[in-house]
Design a protein around this ligand. Structure first.
Ligand code: GLU
Length: 271
């Protein structure tokens, strides 16, 4: 009996150690390896896109993780991800964190952890100018968006009669709109503004004032990666307090940019 108890105790110990290893301590690992590997978008101005001159990935998401890496005293490595690939990449351990226009929601929070909200937007549409005044005008129409996004789910609920075509990314969905293959592209307003800002024939399109959801962005980390989440949240609050977070917003969304937006949020200790 005593022997059995010892075996059980040993098994329990192994189980708890395994769980700790699975949850991991990415913060300690990142410090040890000297590099923070972050999954980012690389074709979504102004969040993450390749700068024509430097050929480097730049943008709003990138500036936040640059500061986080700096405060950690490690190098930053950026790995392009898509809306559909970002969670698997994180959970498989190929990246340490996601900074990729990612909405926090309860469904995703079952699988990964999120930082405090560092950007707030809402889902809208890009359409041909003058064509769409209300959601009714999109009923029964084809609408383009990206695979694995909240945009895909929200639009199916908001306009059940529409046919949703899901592309790998939003630039491909916009190409379909330009080619007349879809009647609209839908995703977060901030992303649509970025697409329109760079479009050569932007006068043909518009973003009607039809919003179908709120989209708070969070940095994604592995489930129960407590030390990293705490470090990231602390850094985000410091960035808000010092004015750096607002500076980053103004750099990418200020009045002089091609994507002028109002900053309707502050970074706070939210859930
Ligand atoms: N923020 C939305 C999401 O996380 C849409 C943008 C994206 O696909 O990254 O799904």
């Amino acid at each position: 009996m005593k022997k059995m108890m010892t075996v059980f105790a040993a098994l329990a110990l192994v189980a708890s150690l395994t769980q700790a290893a699975l949850a991991g301590d990415t913060l300690a690992e990142v410090k040890k390896k000297g590099v923070l590997v972050v999954g980012v978008k690389d074709s979504l101005p102004p969040f993450g896109y390749i700068d024509e001159k430097s050929r480097e990935i730049v943008g709003y998401d990138i500036d936040f993780v640059k500061t986080i890496a700096q405060k950690l005293g490690v190098k930053l490595e950026l790995k392009p991800v898509t809306s559909a690939s970002r969670m698997p990449q994180l959970m498989e351990g190929n990246i340490d964190m996601i900074a990729a226009t990612m909405t926090k929601n309860p469904e995703r929070a079952k699988q990964i952890d999120f930082s405090y909200t560092y950007f707030l937007t809402g889902q809208k549409f890009i359409t041909n100018k003058g064509k769409v005044k209300s959601l009714k005008d999109l009923e029964g129409k084809k609408i383009g968006t990206a695979k694995g996004s909240t945009s895909e789910q929200n639009v199916k609920k908001a306009i059940p009669t529409a046919t949703v075509l899901s592309f790998d990314d939003y630039p491909q969905a916009f190409l379909a709109l330009q080619q007349g293959k879809v009647a609209a592209v839908t995703t977060d307003e901030s992303i649509l503004a970025g697409i329109l800002g760079k479009a050569p024939n932007k006068n043909k399109f518009e973003i009607p004032t039809l919003q179908i959801s709120e989209e708070p962005y969070g940095l994604g980390m592995r489930k129960d990666d407590k030390n990293l989440v705490a470090f990231v949240n602390k850094t985000l609050l410091e960035m808000e307090k010092s004015g750096e977070a607002k500076k980053i917003f103004d750099r990418w969304f200020g009045p002089k940019t091609s994507t002028p937006l109002k900053r309707t949020f502050k970074i706070t200790a939210d859930k």
